[in-house]
Design a protein around this ligand. Sequence first.
Ligand SMILES: CC(C)(COP(=O)(O)OP(=O)(O)OC[C@H]1O[C@@H](n2cnc3c(N)ncnc32)[C@H](O)[C@@H]1O)[C@@H](O)C(=O)NCCC(=O)NCCS
Ligand SMILES: Nc1ncnc2c1ncn2[C@@H]1O[C@H](COP(=O)(O)OP(=O)(O)OP(=O)(O)O)[C@@H](O)[C@H]1O
Length: 237
Amino acid sequence: MLVIGLTGGIATGKSTVSSLLRAHHVPIVDADVLARKVVEPGTPALAAIVRTFGPDVLLPDGTLDRPRLGRIVFADEGARRKLNAIVHPAVRREMFWSVLRHWWRGERMCVLDVPLLIEGGLWKWVGKVVVVYCSAEIQLHRLMNRDNSTREDASARLNSQLPITEKIKYADLVIDNSGTQQELEREIGAIIKKLRDAAGWSWRLSWLFPPWGVASAIWMLSWRALRRSQRHKSHKR
Ligand SMILES: CC(C)(COP(=O)(O)OP(=O)(O)OC[C@H]1O[C@@H](n2cnc3c(N)ncnc32)[C@H](O)[C@@H]1O)[C@@H](O)C(=O)NCCC(=O)NCCS
Ligand SMILES: Nc1ncnc2c1ncn2[C@@H]1O[C@H](COP(=O)(O)OP(=O)(O)OP(=O)(O)O)[C@@H](O)[C@H]1O
């Protein structure tokens, strides 16, 4: 199974692209959804957040006051690191099980929608990196419109991530979402075809003949590790 990492800057349109892919029956694992699930009331992650940030980050019904915590962590890198250290390991565990479930069902590919794919280093472990792009100015306007936020709040969120111009250097495929949503919808068929072609046919053999699956997984992981480390070095230069 080909595991594809879908990323981009905040509000460049990852969720819009993943909804279109889902509508075409492509399996999606959404890190934002999992990041909400792992902090539901009664979870160890929510308890750790309250210990770290205090009970003020809870609403009267015991759920997380997301806008309030957002204002804290997007204005303070230290606080953001603390939150990431609590939430990210739980999200990674959930993602692992979701990918395994898709593999078990015999899916040809699965797309991980992860905003911090590059920042968190997960890009090294996926088969292909797809980056949804639009300019920083469009990004800011879409973010302000969607969240009904001020330019200051939107900029704080935007600046908490690696710039989109840096992220596209890691991409195997860039989806330009600078145009209209209709233009994006028209392109989605061609994008899915490229992804399916990249997924190839060897996934079928893995099911008919399991040792083939094991051998190809070992080969792919070592080949990817080599390719990623070369690419990483060339980015640093
Ligand atoms: C701070 C929180 C409570 C704010 O919640 P809110 O509902 O306002 O935003 P939401 O979760 O929908 O995130 C919206 C977007 O913000 C960006 N974002 C979220 N968390 C982070 C982060 N820690 N660093 C940089 N960007 C982030 C992503 O692009 C994401 O798609 C929430 O984002 C959170 O718990 N973040 C930590 C977990 C995380 O990193 N999630 C991202 C995917 S793993
Ligand atoms: N091509 C487009 N033209 C106009 N608006 C768009 C386009 N694509 C997405 N949008 C809008 O921009 C906003 C951000 O898109 P979306 O939520 O898909 O971004 P995202 O990258 O998933 O954001 P986040 O990082 O916050 O999860 C949404 O309101 C969406 O409807």
